[in-house]
Design a protein around this ligand. Sequence first.
Ligand code: F6P
Length: 321
Amino acid sequence: VQRIAVMTSGGDAPGMNAAIRAVVRTAAFEGLEVMGVRRGFSGLHRGELKLIGPRDVANTIQRGGTILLTARSATWRTEEGRARGAQHLRDNGVGGLIVIGGDGSFHGAHLLEQEHGIPVIGVPGTIDNDLYGTDHTIGYFTAVETALDAVDKLRDTGASHERIFVIEVMGRHAGHIALDVAVAGGAEEVFIPEDDKPIEDVIEIVKASVQKGKTGSIVIVAEGVPGGAQGIGDAIQAGTGLETRVSILGHIQRGGTPVSSDRILASRLGEAAVHALMDGVSGAMIGRRGGDIIHTPLHETWEKRKDVNRDLYRCAKRLSV
Ligand code: F6P
């Protein structure tokens, strides 16, 4: 391989720039050229590729978002769109593509490899932490910090007014962000899609917490829970008669300066992605498990389910007495 390409795809995540930088600089160190693809697969099928070098990624490690821009591409779901993208890669002499993104992006990469034989490597970049094959995804640590900061602030106002705050965090179909934020934020309750918790039990717990003298309660809800925070907030207000406010944190969780853990993870995975392509690996995601860098077939990253930390879930329950 003489020349590779790199793109970010799907929802952005803090630390994606650190991953791009690691790819570009590792490649330069190894004597390879890198083309940056703008706007993910949408840009690829339109041929938006440009050579980028180590100086182009200077001063980006601390920046949120992605300098390559990103998109969720409808065209890539068509065979025709993928064929056009593959042709642009061939025309530019690209011998391998690194895709920084989540499961949707890895689906796209997988199809490109299967249909056109172009070597692809995935780097897990999503705040949701929902990919099998890595303990953490790039952006997850920062999203948890951002959500936690908001929860701490809502707790101040909630305690002053003796209100219940029901706070919705992102995570798509997974409860990883919710669980971490609940434990770190000292929440009374947490709702995650991985567990089915009767609302009646929660209403009793909230009522009991007031009787125990707690002023204000925090309930964390993962967005993937049926009804979301609004549904749960309405049920709690109706069931307890206590003043309840709902706050949906939304896309604020995707922005901001990446924390050190995300920058370090991104740097290591970006480096390993280039080495994987050089070693002739394809159709795999680079992840970190324990302290080790591992490869997982792309299709397993979405076919196998990464469970939430059940011990932490039990811990969250105990600590809310
Ligand atoms: O995958 C990241 C994520 O932020 C999810 O947590 C959320 O469900 C989704 O993307 C939101 O997508 P969009 O930015 O397209 O509204």
